[in-house]
Design a protein around this ligand. Structure first.
Ligand code: ASC
Length: 148
């Protein structure tokens, strides 16, 4: 029961975006998720460069990238419809469609951790911690659900 409610809550959380992302062809869904992950990784990487000292910390730029990451993180989740398991050199593993609840939970974790970045962006140390937590959710999902 508790689990059913948890799954229902996750589905409800994704519903507004599911409405935005209806794809005529499986290839369109694959292209959408690859593109949105790519743009997400670009902005996440800019924060990473700052917290890892490759570029100087700048609160304004950090905040702009954090806001983009928090928004972009919500996009790809709606782009894994049944039937989009293969094509376009997708690295998505079949487990996404076999263990959908686990995949959605992992995805929601990423959405939740990236949502904390805008509030953390004003302080370099706080941002570094929040970035690390978010990056761990990226990696967790890649380990289980993405081919290398
Ligand atoms: C990044 C990026 C990811 C994550 C992941 C964290 O900067 O593009 O996919 O961090 O590598 O382990």
């Amino acid at each position: 029961m508790k689990r059913t409610l948890a799954v229902a809550a996750v589905l409800a959380a994704l519903t507004p975006l599911a409405a935005q992302a209806q794809f005529a062809k499986p290839e369109d869904a694959i292209k959408y998720r690859q593109s949105s992950f790519s743009v997400l990784a670009t902005h996440f990487g800019r924060i990473g460069a700052m917290v890892n000292g490759r570029i100087p910390y700048d609160a304004k730029i950090a905040g702009e990238n954090a806001a983009l990451v928090a928004t972009l993180a919500k996009l790809p989740g709606a782009a894994f419809p049944a039937g989009s398991e293969s094509g376009m050199n997708t690295r998505a593993k079949p487990e996404i469609w076999k263990d959908t609840a686990k995949f959605q939970a992992a995805y929601e974790k990423m959405v939740a951790e990236t949502a904390k970045l805008p509030a953390a962006a004003g302080d370099a140390g706080t941002l570094k911690t929040a970035f690390g937590a978010a990056a761990a959710t990226c990696k967790g999902c890649h380990d289980d659900f993405r081919r290398d």
